[in-house]
Design a protein around this ligand. Structure first.
Ligand SMILES: [Zn+2]
Ligand SMILES: [Zn+2]
Length: 176
């Protein structure tokens, strides 16, 4: 079965095609295999081809394609992601190796880090809860304040009854 890897593999050296030429039989191989010979046996069809004085024509499209793909491989986005991950992994290993160098410190440092992480999380949750509670108190106070204010308002009763009517109406709508 043809795969991307063996399409771009030189049948001569089984390596990735490198500056490739086109043989008269349409097989593509690296130019280097034809340079110091007058004749070349095609590794695919076994036919013998005479090497022209100017050499065989370059397979431009394949050469360009490989160039672009190699560039992507070495400098493309995927490469950057892999490079970044490798660097992070390297840093992690380095920090562990440092700990392992002093085995007595390893568990202590490890547990200290864990305790610090837990303390931090607890502080975070505490702060979150505090601000939530504070907001709740403010909201409660505000609504209480509003109710007191509203109840003193003469219009409160009429507004209230209007809301009640609206509620009954919408309940009726639901029944229908
Ligand atoms: Zn080759
Ligand atoms: Zn051939």
């Amino acid at each position: 079965m043809q795969t991307i890897n063996n399409i771009f593999e030189c049948k001569f050296c089984q390596d990735l095609l490198n500056k490739c030429i086109l043989l008269p039989c349409r097989e593509t191989i690296c130019e280097k295999h034809t340079l110091s010979n007058q004749k070349i046996n095609c590794p695919s069809c076994r036919n013998e081809h005479e090497v022209p004085k100017k050499g065989f024509p370059l397979n431009k499209i394949v050469n360009l394609f490989i160039e672009v793909k190699l560039y992507e491989l070495y400098f493309g986005e995927a490469y950057q992601i892999v490079k970044h991950s490798c660097l992070k992994l390297d840093q992690t290993f380095e920090s562990y190796f440092k700990m392992i160098e002093k085995p007595s410190e390893f568990p202590i440092q490890f547990f200290e880090q864990m305790v610090q992480a837990i303390d931090l999380k607890r502080e975070e949750i505490k702060l979150e809860n505090e601000s939530y509670a504070k907001n709740l108190v403010i909201e409660l106070f505000d609504s209480e304040h509003d109710i007191i204010k509203e109840s003193k308002n003469e219009k409160f009763e009429s507004v209230y009854s209007y809301l009640e009517i609206a509620k009954i109406k919408s309940d009726d709508d639901k029944i229908r």
